[in-house]
Design a protein. Structure first.
Lengths: 122, 105
């Protein structure tokens, strides 16, 4: 691993960015269309499980593929590769009965943030 | 962490300000901070998740009151210190030197 960024590396670094995608085949735990509940995790360290989805039920819209997990990458560079999903939530599910039902929300969530939800309405 | 960065759903913060013709960098120092991050993130000293977490750990009132690239600078200094790449004394000495130079001009 190089230690110093040299001028010849700058253009490439700017162009490609730093994707956290991992090229390994891992079976996804969830399918597109499946109902999932975001876990109520309250870690002291880093997470991208935003507070407003914790405990809420949504539907998997897209499986983005396999990525490193921010929660462990931020603390010791530990990859913990797993699928990341786009999960759709209704406005009522996130913001209560007074929220505008025309709105819905799509949140990028890692597999470790999710549990399967029953087919019952939340 | 349940930090000040996770603002989704909070009330009372006012309208979202949007500047349609916002420049990439509002002043030269912002470009320098961008380059400083690339010089450590681009070669594996720091990963993006560590960097995000370094900004989340800012003192909450300060977090809300400083600009975008000041968050970056704070995070960079925190990580470079925590990884033993810079010492607080070195940073303080350099800042004092720069302030001294400015005072002479």
């Amino acid at each position: 691993m190089p230690i110093v960024l040299t001028s010849d590396m700058v253009a490439g670094a700017l162009k490609t960015g730093h994707s956290t995608r991992v090229d390994v085949a891992i079976e996804p735990r969830f399918k597109v269309g499946q109902r999932v509940r975001a876990k109520n995790l309250q870690p002291l360290g880093h997470t991208r499980l935003v507070r407003y989805v914790r405990g809420r039920v949504g539907i998997v819209e897209t499986d983005y593929g396999v990525f490193t997990l921010p929660d462990t990458m931020a603390h010791g560079n530990i990859p913990t590769p797993q699928h990341g999903y786009r999960v759709s939530f209704t406005s009522h599910e996130l913001w209560g009965p007074a929220a505008d039902p025309k709105n819905s929300y799509r949140v990028g969530l890692w597999e470790d943030y999710l549990d399967p939800a029953s087919d019952m309405a939340p | 962490m349940n930090g000040i960065h996770d603002l989704g759903g909070m009330h009372g913060l006012g309208k979202i300000l949007h500047t349609p013709d916002e420049p990439v960098f509002r002043s030269e120092w912002e470009g320098r901070v961008f380059a400083m991050l690339l010089s450590v993130n681009g070669v594996g000293h720091v990963n993006t998740d560590e960097f995000r977490h370094s900004m989340e750990r800012m003192e909450p009132a300060q977090y809300l009151s400083v600009s975008y690239y000041e968050h970056w600078l704070h995070g960079l200094e925190t990580l470079l210190y925590e990884k033993g790449i810079i010492a607080v004394a070195d940073l303080d000495a350099k800042l004092a030197q720069i302030k001294g130079n400015d005072a002479c001009q």
